[in-house]
Design a protein around this ligand. Structure first.
Ligand code: ARG
Length: 590
């Protein structure tokens, strides 16, 4: 379905042309003064300059031509030359009725769908997930769903960190603790045990211990680095431990992502790109893209227009070791080979921006990707505590993701138990859904690049601009629909949504019509917060409507009764679609 702004623009453009002006002046937008009108066209002001005429005259000419348009109830020319438009209630009702009967509410999809890889995992095996990984996951999952909704082939890749010094640290620490393990016996040639020599909680304990120990003991760090190098070169025993680390971590990570309602099409790891490195390095050298600088192999990625220092992109360290940058470049080679994507998006903390800027330049300059391949970096801000500093645990440590989730669901659980009588078991299940909504909405309702304050009290509130409030609205609509079903009445398949009979009903209808505008904006700007804004307004308009209007009544004609039920059902469906795009779910009751 065409958006209303486009339908109106077509008509107004025609009017401009008919009066002898260029059609470009006829662009209609949503009104920025909703108290005055619903839509507006400001083209007469620009046309006035071009045609040396008073803007109000041009506006009036256009208004006279379109005032009988049946989409329009009122159209007025306002000094100095605004054209203010209000839609007819018949048209709004027809439009939302058509939305109700169209796939995805009539939202028009991407005209040239693309294959997009979205890199939004990035946890490191053997290390617990922290809040930064949570933000990537929450934002990335939503963006992936928006891309898919718009008709693209979007592929999420978890891109696990499994190849750097942390692996060597864990192995070195394990060796310190259990030197007798068969993996450390250099003369051993048999099969290694299939059971890992650690559980996930032991593994998670090993890394922080090793990292702390390495800071006090430089020789231990050296050993860890050496082990990393040996592992990367295929040392049997270390590779076997590394495989155990992967297996144990992946099982655990899948569980965590599952709890976050996040899923990846690809479970690739940094190590998967390793087989591509040798050829890539040869290629870069052979074509003179890479040069030796202080012993290291680098690609210069400075550009003339740069206003800041852009260091060269490092491919190999002077000792021949590979780095984060090497792996990311090789992963691009791998992705091109396996998927031939049109677009790759990376979502990480914005502090990694310079790395990605240089990575993109390097891949383009060295022609490892086709010229029109689109790279994009979406950097997010920090989740802060109420003191404005990065959110920490009470004892000042880095907050683990599971603990954060538990904190939020416990808070919601207590709220539910305080207010309502629900079985504990059921309350736990409801709290899991509502808690996740609180956490995700609290995050996604902000522009991703901004820092935000994690406010447990506010995020979990059932009122205001929160996830729980949105879910509460959905649950409330469901219960009204259930109540209607209990009356034994049914909706005639011929029934339709009727023109609004009150201002609040009109406002709700208008908000419904804006679904596609919102999705297109969220897609264009890659901004899930647009969805949050929209559903908050929709829930709010529903709430005003609900307080003003009796929805089920024996006094209504069958048509009116059906229309109201169809309308609130549509609101519910839209809200459900939107929260699905934000990747959380509604419970049956709250
Ligand atoms: N593992 C990295 C970290 O924990 C994030 C990886 C992001 N993705 C990438 N392709 N570099 O910071």
């Amino acid at each position: 379905m065409k958006k209303i702004v486009d339908l109106l623009s077509e008509d107004i453009k025609k009017a401009f042309v008919e009066k002898g002006y260029d059609e470009k002046f006829g662009v209609v937008t949503l009104s920025n003064r909703p108290d005055l009108c619903q839509y507006q066209c400001n083209g007469a002001m620009a046309a006035a300059k071009a045609y040396k005429k008073a803007p109000i005259m041009i506006a009036q000419e256009v208004v006279d031509l379109i005032k009988d348009n049946d989409k329009i109830k009122e159209v007025t020319a306002i000094m100095p030359g605004f054209i203010n438009i209000n839609l007819s209630d018949d048209f709004i009702a027809e439009y939302i009725d058509e939305m109700r009967n169209s796939k995805d509410f009539g939202c028009e999809k991407e005209a040239t769908p693309k294959k997009v890889i979205i890199d939004y995992g990035g946890p490191n095996i053997a290390k617990p997930l922290h809040v930064g990984h949570m933000r990537s996951a929450i934002i990335g999952e939503s963006l992936k769903r928006i891309f898919k909704f718009m008709g693209n082939d979007a592929i999420g890749d978890v891109h696990l960190g499994d190849w750097g010094t942390p692996m060597g640290l864990v192995i070195a620490e394990l060796k310190r603790r259990k030197p007798d393990l068969v993996y450390f016996d250099e003369s051993y040639t048999g099969e290694y045990p299939s059971e890992a020599p650690f559980t996930i909680s032991e593994l998670e304990d090993i890394y922080p211990a090793a990292s702390a120990y390495s800071k006090e003991n430089p020789e231990f760090l050296e050993e860890a680095k050496h082990i990393t190098l040996l592992m990367q070169n295929g040392h049997r025993g270390y590779m076997a431990i590394w495989n155990h680390m992967q297996d144990v971590s992946v099982v655990d990570l899948k569980k965590i992502y599952d709890n976050l309602n996040v899923s990846f099409e690809l479970w690739k790891m940094e190590s998967d790109a390793q087989p591509y490195i040798t050829d890539m390095v040869d290629y870069l050298k052979k074509n003179d893209y890479a040069k030796i600088s202080d012993g290291a192999l680098v690609v210069d990625v400075k550009e003339e227009a740069d206003t800041r220092e852009i260091p060269p992109f490092m491919i190999l360290k002077s000792d021949g070791a590979t780095l984060y940058s090497t792996t990311d470049l090789a992963t691009i080679v791998e992705r091109v080979k396996l998927f031939d994507p049109d677009h790759i998006i990376y979502i990480t903390d914005k502090r990694q921006e310079l790395h990605f800027e240089r990575l993109f330049r390097c891949a383009k300059k060295t022609k490892l990707v086709k010229e029109d391949m689109e790279f994009q970096f979406i950097g997010f801000g920090t989740m802060n505590g109420k003191d404005g500093k990065p959110f920490k645990t009470r004892d000042g440590g880095v907050l683990r993701l599971e603990h954060l989730i538990k904190m939020v669901t416990d808070e919601v659980y207590n709220k539910i138990m305080d207010n309502r009588n629900m079985e504990e078991e059921q309350a736990r299940q409801v709290a899991a859904k509502v808690g996740l909504a609180a956490l995700k909405y609290g995050d996604l309702s902000n522009q991703a690049s901004k820092d935000y304050v994690f406010d447990l009290e506010r995020f979990t509130s059932f009122e205001g601009n929160t996830g729980p409030y949105i879910l509460y609205t959905i649950v409330r609509i469901k219960s009204i629909i259930d109540k209607f079903a209990e009356t034994g009445k049914t909706i005639n398949p011929e029934a339709r949504i009727l023109p609004a009979s009150s201002p609040v009903e009109r406002d709700l209808g208008l908000q419904i019509t804006r679904f596609s505008d919102m999705i297109h904006l969220a897609y264009l700007e890659q901004a899930p917060h647009r969805i949050c804004q929209y559903i908050y307004d929709l829930a709010d308009k529903f709430s005003s409507f609900y307080h003003d209007t009796k929805i089920i009544s024996d006094d209504y004609s069958e048509e009116r009764q059906s229309s109201l039920i169809l309308m609130i059902t549509l609101v519910k469906e839209i809200l459900l679609t939107c929260i699905d795009l934000l990747a959380f779910e509604a419970p049956e009751r709250m």
